[in-house]
Design a protein around this ligand. Sequence first.
Ligand SMILES: CC(C)(COP(=O)(O)OP(=O)(O)OC[C@H]1O[C@@H](n2cnc3c(N)ncnc32)[C@H](O)[C@@H]1OP(=O)(O)O)[C@@H](O)C(=O)NCCC(=O)NCCS
Length: 187
Amino acid sequence: MFNPYSPYAEPGFDAWKQGLEALPPSEVLIRKAEQTAQDGRWMRWMQADCESTNIQSVEDNVSKIGQQLVLLAEIADYPVGFCCVLAGRTDSDPLFIQLVAVVPSARRRGVGLALLSVAAASQPQRNIVMATLDDNFDARRLNERFAQSIGGNIQRVPVSRFRPSDLGFARDERHRPWMIDRQQEAD
Ligand SMILES: CC(C)(COP(=O)(O)OP(=O)(O)OC[C@H]1O[C@@H](n2cnc3c(N)ncnc32)[C@H](O)[C@@H]1OP(=O)(O)O)[C@@H](O)C(=O)NCCC(=O)NCCS
């Protein structure tokens, strides 16, 4: 029976999932998400396919796209990953990478790194903050490799330094923030 709250039964979901199983070796393309139902739905489907991401409604995703930078990664027109980015309120505040997620079938081919690189390039003067769970080793390795790729120095920072909403997590979640200092990059 069609469940309006589940993305798994939505028209097109199965075809997208099947396409993901046979992705060509094409390059990944990163673009800004547009405030359309289609991009909101792509995000919803990727949220459904990635562990540690909450499935949101199309409307909530479209609203997020309207409020902040959301990047989509595509391989041969299939959306395979996304990244939610928030610039701090003042010029000295960092750029918050609130979430980076890549569907399992497109992992380990540089999509995560490509998303972070485009996010960082959108605000080259800001340091970068991202929060991860301590046991999310894939995310922590990605963050370290990313810091290395831009010549920045990554270090833990106290969670009390930032608002949970800027970090992209609820107050009771156990994510711990890291900061990439880009001073070094500019030298
Ligand atoms: C964390 C996450 C985003 C990483 O995405 P990804 O696209 O696999 O990341 P990359 O491909 O850029 O890098 C991952 C690994 O692939 C390797 N890799 C990159 N390009 C490669 C290629 N062409 N061939 C083989 N390996 C490659 C990298 O060297 C890296 O290896 P390492 O971890 O041993 O150092 C992904 O695992 C994910 O979505 N996890 C669930 C959601 C999540 O936890 N998000 C983070 C919390 S905000």
